[in-house]
Design a protein around this ligand. Sequence first.
Ligand code: OAD
Ligand code: ZN
Length: 243
Amino acid sequence: MFNEAIELIKHSRYVIAFTGAGISAESGIPTFRGPNGLWRRFRAEDLATPEAFARNPTLVWEWYKWRMKVISRAKPNAAHLALAKMEAAGILRAVITQNVDGLHTSAGSRNVIELHGNIWRIKCSNSICNFKSMLSEPPEEIPPKCPRCGSLLRPDVVWFGEPLPPEAWEKAVTEASRADLVIVIGTSGAVMPAALIPTITKDKGGKIIEINIGGSAITPIADVFIKCRASEALPKITEGLGL
Ligand code: OAD
Ligand code: ZN
């Protein structure tokens, strides 16, 4: 499996990565699905939708404040670092991620496309006010208010029922169309439209390498499937590439 993956990477012209919560699991950030997934314990409808925020902004902010605390303690793991190394070596061109934790950037990846936003960015919930800002730590008082118009601030992440940020989506589609190989890491492939990214590369004649501890919705179309933890698999691959 590893040799096959390494050969495929060596013979590809334009390689990208598509990542999900599984790549950050070993940094101590819980995934959403699976036996210990967050959506087993919490209902997405109560925490991650515009309706939930309108109904109970404090509850939604409590959830994000908790996630911010978990994420602020997390460091990039060997998988994030291996992808950064591959990019620095000119082998990997882009990382398209569904994660909001910012760990790819902390690991040194440069061309990172965040399809679901970033947990440290906040924006005004009043759509006619354009206030946006960055946090460096969880807000003390929740829900925080907009300094410009007094409306509630919200995390600048994508909630269920919301469109993806158009610029990120367009960039991701461009990268996926250009790529002749996409390495899919730690995602269930259950959330649309993000999960379409590997199929875009595949439809253009490109290949898919998947790294996951179990199967996913993408496994049936993967050319090489590596059933392994991301932090173990990716360093093996960079080693095989001589990095
Ligand atoms: P999921 O929680 O749906 O899936 C995580 C995947 O990672 C599963 O397929 C696991 O088998 C795999 N996995 C777990 N640990 C791993 C490890 N150490 N190494 C390799 N693989 C591992 O996460 P996502 O697919 O990212 O959306 O979820 C997609 C979206 O659903 C998220 O971005 C979020 C969520 O609701 C929004 O918030 C909009
Ligand atoms: Zn405002």
